[in-house]
Design a protein around this ligand. Structure first.
Ligand SMILES: CSC[C@H]1O[C@H](OP(=O)(O)O)[C@H](O)[C@@H]1O
Ligand SMILES: Nc1ncnc2[nH]cnc12
Length: 291
């Protein structure tokens, strides 16, 4: 049985994982550009881990300029099998209150200014993202959240907006009342789509910082409100991540949901028509099916 390696992508407020043993920050080269930062590798409960701060240490990258492809490729290159994203988010539901966590299982992708695929001219592929998160990894995250005594809402739709400005009041109401979104953030897309293309299991924990702008008693979200909640949320995120390896385990059977086989029938370009330069860049992401 192959081994698990957990990759954690830390969002706003989560720039380090102090608890990792055998810590080492390493620069990882990727043909898709430079990742957001060096990647912290180490172990927890005997399980290899890799941690990447999505915005870089010091919060350097804006949501639109996070190098999503380089990040996912670099994690895959390191041997990561399962990616947990932890992200700050606004809430569209009264009961999903600031300080609560949401295990996201669906997305509405409203981003438009990002590279969304590893594939393209010279190697065309279409993967399914109907179920964009991995239920096995999600169940382990739920158990870890319970172990850590956190309030976790199981299931929720995350609306990914381009940003960096927050939503207008009309948008906030539309996402909540018409589209049925539960939470909103700026980063989980195209990250989740790219993880699927790279055959990585992906789960997203959205950490509520605010009620966006729809809530009559809370007014419009301001960054100062978010920052006040971020520090407490980051501590809780570290508590959850610290309990995840014990729940996921070091041994890894094939994903029962097929995340690790997403490319099995996805590539349409005939072998003789494939672009060698693109194939070379796909060595980590699609090496399993292209080799
Ligand atoms: C700090 S408020 C807006 C910012 O925070 C979230 O980032 P992340 O998902 O990486 O935690 C949100 O998506 C915005 O990028
Ligand atoms: N209300 C909000 N909208 C978008 N991204 C966010 N991140 C945290 N709160 C947010």
């Amino acid at each position: 049985m192959a081994g698990t390696m957990i990759g954690v992508i830390g969002g706003s407020g989560v720039y380090d994982l102090d608890a990792l043993e055998d810590r080492c920050w390493t620069a990882v080269d990727s043909p898709w550009g430079t990742p957001s930062d060096e990647i912290l590798t180490g172990r927890l409960d005997g399980v290899p881990m890799a941690f990447l701060p999505r915005h870089g240490r010091g919060h350097v990258h804006a949501p639109s300029s996070v190098p999503y492809r380089a990040n996912i490729d670099a994690l895959k290159r390191l041997g990561v099998t399962d990616v947990l994203s932890v992200s700050a988010c606004g809430s569209f539901r009264e009961e999903m209150a600031p300080g609560d966590f949401v295990l996201v299982d669906q997305f509405i992708d409203r981003t438009f200014a990002r590279d969304k695929s590893f594939f393209g001219t010279g190697c065309v592929a279409h993967v399914s993202v109907a179920h964009p998160t991995c239920p096995r990894l999600g169940a382990a995250c739920s158990a870890a959240a319970r172990d850590a005594g956190l309030t976790l809402h199981e299931g929720g739709t995350y609306l990914a907006m381009e940003g960096p400005q927050f939503s207008t009041l009309a948008e906030s109401r539309m996402y909540r009342d018409v589209w049925g979104a539960d939470v909103i953030g700026m980063t989980n897309m195209p990250e989740a789509k790219l993880a699927r293309e790279a055959e990585l299991c992906y789960a997203s924990i959205a950490m509520v910082t605010d009620y966006d702008s729809w809530h009559p008693e809370h007014g419009a979200v301001e960054i100062t409100d978010i920052v006040r909640t971020l520090t407490g949320n980051a501590e809780k995120a570290r508590a959850l991540v610290g309990r995840l390896p014990a729940r996921l385990g070091a041994d890894r059977a094939p994903c029962p949901h097929g995340c690790d086989r997403a490319l099995d029938h996805a590539i349409l370009t005939a072998p003789g028509q494939r672009d060698p330069a693109l194939l070379a860049k796909l060595d980590a992401v699609a090496g399993r099916v292209l080799a």
